[in-house]
Design a protein around this ligand. Structure first.
Ligand code: ADP
Length: 480
């Protein structure tokens, strides 16, 4: 089943959408991971390091007031000591509540040392209040051991937090590099897939359209044969179906037209030939003696029936050629005798118009594949036109020479020429460069169309060159 253009576009866009969502989702997951790590660094490790500083400060202040109190026994100093003790305990609890398991273990040990320090000092205070002697040096030593313990644990905790911060930043950097690599990879793959999808969709539209375009051009040039068989999306396949239908209708029409020409020509040719034969016999005096006036009228009748027979013959030939029903019999021959024959045939008209008819035929004309009958017809039409469209006393030159492995024939005249805008159309049937009414010799507009058919059927090419007012040159080339 072939997908419609609409489904292809929707599927293509959906695939692109999925790719974009995948890239976006990956980016979101990575960003969330970065966010978690950054938050952990900022909210845990940094704050723990902060607390370590505050705890150390509070502890040092406690020690300072504790020492001053032991010397002076001033109660205000004792109150200060308690103030810093409360700070220390508060910071310690807050730090324990946010710390990760290892740091919180260290903080608990520090707490125990602190309690030990506190109870030693409390005992000393009792001795002092009672005025009793006590082993002061031993207490001092015990307290120092407890304080060292606290400081050691806090330092361990700070080192651990710094280490943790460092390793998290490193983890972030590694994850960033990984994310960059993966994102580049996904983006690269996505770009390739998007280009491939776009190319596929565009090609599935443009390829059949360019075939349709080519076929339309062929139809415009008159080639109605051959059906389009496109492997394309249904919408374009439907268009191709309609196109094929149109071609078959055009073929039918072309055939009808050709059949019409052909039967009409047959119907016309038979009575015309009878008229021509009849007037010929009358002119010969078969029906009895004729007067000069009758002779003149019968001569006009013969000329006109000849002209009509010529026209009907041309119509019949062209309709056969267009229907592809004209049979060609190719032999290997030289064009020289055909050119000479055509020139001899036109002799009476050339003489009547006092036209100088020149021939320049190369002696080394190659032998080519040619249907002599048809080629003579083409030469008659070209040389006949040159003489017909050249005013009395003018010049017509026919030349033939070897050219690029083939033969080039040209028929040049000194007639009125052909306007540049008509040069491209005069080979189409019923096309005349100058309206027949304005010219003494009437025409049909079929001669050049027949020439074109004959030359192209020989694998050759024909065209006209002209400078209005200076004459025209008709040239054709034939392959060997
Ligand atoms: P026809 O000569 O019967 O009109 P053709 O097909 O032979 O038909 O020629 C078509 C038209 O081309 C002519 O009507 C004429 O206008 C122009 N043409 C052909 N040959 C010449 C020529 N040698 N010089 C000027 N015009 C020409």
């Amino acid at each position: 089943m072939r997908l419609t253009l609409f489904s292809r576009l929707i599927l293509g866009y959906f695939a692109i959408f999925i790719l974009v969502v995948a890239v976006g989702a990956y980016a979101i997951v990575q960003l969330r991971r970065f966010n978690d790590v950054t938050r952990s660094v900022l909210q845990i490790d940094n704050r723990i390091i902060d607390y370590e500083k505050k705890l150390t400060d509070a502890l040092l202040s406690q020690i300072r007031y504790e020492r001053k109190f032991i010397i002076t026994q001033d109660n205000a100093l004792y109150d200060q000591f308690l103030l810093f003790k409360r700070d220390f305990d508060g910071y310690l609890e807050e730090a324990i509540s946010i710390a990760e398991s290892q740091s919180s273990g260290l903080l608990r040990i520090a707490k125990e040392y602190h309690q030990r320090y506190q109870s030693l000092f409390d005992e000393e205070v009792q001795y002092l209040k009672r005025g009793e002697k006590y082993p002061q040096a031993q207490y001092k030593q015990e307290k120092e051991r407890a304080v060292d313990g606290i400081i050691a644990e806090l330092e361990k905790m700070r080192a651990y937090s710094q280490e943790s911060t460092y390793s998290k930043i490193k983890e972030l950097a590694d994850a960033g590099a990984d994310a960059h690599r993966v994102a580049m990879l996904i983006a690269g793959v996505a770009i390739i897939i998007i280009i491939a999808i776009s190319l596929f969709i565009t090609r599935s539209i443009t390829q059949p359209i360019s075939i349709l375009k080519k076929r339309t051009k062929e139809i415009a040039e008159g080639d109605f044969g051959g059906n389009l068989n496109l492997s394309s999306p249904p919408e374009i396949a439907e268009l191709a179906g309609a196109f094929n239908l149109m071609c078959s209708k055009l073929r039918d029409l072309e055939k009808m037209k050709s059949d019409f020409f052909s039967s009409l020509s047959h119907e016309l040719r038979t009575p015309l030939t009878s008229i021509k034969e009849g007037t010929g016999l009358l002119l010969e005096g078969i029906g009895g003696p004729i007067t000069d006036k009758q002779k003149r009228l019968l001569t006009i009748l013969t000329e006109e029936s000849n002209r009509l027979i010529g026209l009907v013959n041309s119509l019949l030939d062209l309709s056969k050629m267009e229907a592809g029903m004209m049979t060609y019999t190719f032999d290997r021959a030289s064009l020289a005798p055909l050119i000479n024959k055509a020139m001899i045939e036109i002799g009476p008209l050339v003489e009547a118009k006092r036209i100088s008819l020149e021939a320049k035929i190369s002696e080394e004309l190659p032998i080519i594949k040619v249907d002599s009958e048809r080629m003579l017809q083409a030469l008659r039409n070209l040389i006949g036109n040159a003489v017909k469209f050249t005013p009395d006393g003018g010049r017509v030159a026919v030349s033939a020479q070897h050219r690029d492995g083939g033969v080039e024939v040209s028929v040049a005249d000194t007639g009125a020429g052909i306007p540049a805008e008509k040069l491209g159309t005069i080979f189409d049937k019923f096309q005349q460069a100058i309206s027949t009414g304005s010219y003494p010799t009437q025409g049909t507009g079929l001669g050049l169309a027949i020439v074109k058919h004959i030359i192209t059927s020989h694998g050759g090419k024909v065209w006209a060159e002209s400078k209005p007012g200076q004459g025209s040159t008709f040239i054709f080339v034939l392959p060997t």
